[in-house]
Design a protein around this ligand. Structure first.
Ligand code: TYD
Ligand code: MG
Length: 451
């Protein structure tokens, strides 16, 4: 019997080693080498089929044109993809289990008047049909299901069918006959994605791959996979909340700042066209500890509500907890408030929450966070007609933020009467129909708000 060839493969970076080591020699990670059988029998069908003659080209002579794109019926998805699905592109969608990756892609397959191949290695055809029945208003007679995990069979079927695009749920369930290692192992994932990418490029068929993520939020499998594909999308959001955010971590055909906002309802994912309206809860009376911020995600301003609760600490060490906002930044702001403006919060518990389950790292939230904390501490409500937008520096100064005009216009559109911004912004307040209050230091804020 022929000797079985095996290698030790780093599960983090995908590097191959002939011997086991405690530490990967490529990426330096510890305890990541796993023995995998890598008996690759022969070269596969698709990698070598298309031989395009390549010549040297002068960059000036290269002709450009817009990449042909398939415009999807989902505006949010188009926005994140940079204007639609580019032909021949491979897009990897990662996200927590149950966040809605399969739902998003099935919905896409069913809403498009295109020939779609939906490959599922995770669910049976009847399960997929049941899900499709839930998504009531969608019909596509040209959507074909294939519940298969063999890469060769999938590519053969795809080659025969030549669909307009392919969805594969998920890359971790696929296996290539050429390798003996189990599905989901680094060598299988690498081999399968390689073949799928060369198939997509040769036949100019776009492919969506679903990728599982590990417990620390990375897409499971080798990092090389993320380098190889054209687009990496992350689908996240709090599972207990209805909002789901689609972000591009990498996009060869568009920007990565745009986000798509969806809402999980009974019949699938619904696009959220006006997120600001949904994220702000209308209150019957003014409540202390609430402040509205005009945040910005990509090119879209988004109104968020910051809630803070400040109370006397029961235990010796006060608790600081934050949901949706960086806890370290909260601690920093508390220190700035104490040192630069004399607000004594050292013996207080501080809880902070961004409503709607939204997570953001926009620094423009700082001013609203401070306003919410002050309001809760003084137990005095901030008028519901006020909103905030500014970054706070370590010396307590309010710093300007990007896209300020756009943000102010959004606040005006949403019916706010006064917006607090940094005095260092270069803008002409007279052009807005909303009162723009420019402040320079955080100690001015309390005077402004409560006097
Ligand atoms: P799913 O798409 O299976 O997630 P993933 O593929 O990312 O693991 O998401 C399923 C979740 O969404 C599940 O918890 C049920 C919920 N859901 C709805 O609330 N409404 C629906 O119409 C559908 C299809 C699913
Ligand atoms: Mg799924």
């Amino acid at each position: 019997m022929a000797k079985v060839k095996s290698s030790y493969i780093c599960q983090k970076c995908g590097a191959e080693h002939s011997q086991w080591h405690g530490q990967c020699k490529e990426c330096g990670a510890w305890n990541t080498l796993v023995e995998e059988i890598v008996d690759k029998k022969e070269k596969t069908v698709f990698s070598d089929t298309v031989k395009v003659k390549k010549t040297l080209l002068n960059i000036i002579e290269v002709e450009t044109g817009d990449e042909p794109r398939i415009i999807t019926p989902s505006q949010e998805l188009n926005r994140v993809l940079g204007g639609g699905i580019v032909l021949g592109s491979v897009c990897l969608i990662g996200g927590e289990p149950g966040i809605g990756k399969s739902t998003l892609l099935l919905q896409l397959a069913l809403k498009m008047a295109k020939k779609v191949l939906y490959v599922s290695g995770e669910e049976s055809a009847s399960q997929i049909k049941m899900r499709a029945d839930r998504l009531t208003d969608v019909q596509n007679p040209n959507c074909y299901l294939f519940t298969e995990t063999s890469l060769e069979k999938i590519l053969q079927a795809a080659k025969k069918m030549l669909p307009d695009f392919i969805i594969i749920d998920s890359i971790q369930t696929l296996h290539s006959q050429l390798l003996d290692s189990s599905p989901g192992s680094v060598s299988q994932i690498r081999e399968c994605s390689n073949e799928i990418i060369s198939f997509a490029k040769s036949f100019q068929i776009p492919v969506f791959l679903v990728g599982h993520i590990t417990k620390d939020g990375q897409i499971a499998g080798p990092k090389v996979m993320e380098h190889m594909v054209d687009v990496v999308l992350n689908f996240d959001g709090d599972r207990n909340h209805i909002f789901r955010l689609l972000r591009a971590g990498k996009n060869r055909f568009g920007s990565t700042v745009e986000i798509g906002i969806f809402e999980m309802v009974n019949h699938g994912l619904r696009e959220v066209k006006n997120p600001s309206q949904l994220l702000i809860t209308k209150k019957l009376e003014d409540l202390s500890g609430n402040a509205i911020v005009v945040s910005q995600e990509g090119n879209r301003p988004l109104l968020l509500e910051v809630q803070a609760l400040v109370s006397s600490a029961v235990y010796g060490t006060p608790q600081r907890s934050s949901t949706g906002y960086d806890a370290k930044r909260l601690n920093m702001l508390l220190a700035v408030m104490e040192k630069r403006a004399g607000f004594l919060l050292g013996a207080k518990d501080v809880f902070l929450n961004i409503t709607g389950g939204i997570k953001t790292d926009d620094t423009a939230l700082d001013l609203a966070v401070i306003a919410a904390i002050l309001s809760s501490n003084e137990d005095m409500a901030i008028s519901q007609k006020y909103c905030f937008c500014g970054e706070v520096g370590l010396s307590g100064e309010i710093r300007p933020v990007s896209h300020i005009d756009q943000r102010i216009s959004e606040a005006e559109k949403m019916g706010y009467e006064k917006i607090f911004v940094s005095g260092l912004n270069t803008l002409s307040p007279s052009k807005f129909g909303i009162e723009v209050a420019a402040i320079n230091k955080i100690d001015q804020l309390a005077d402004y708000l409560f006097n």
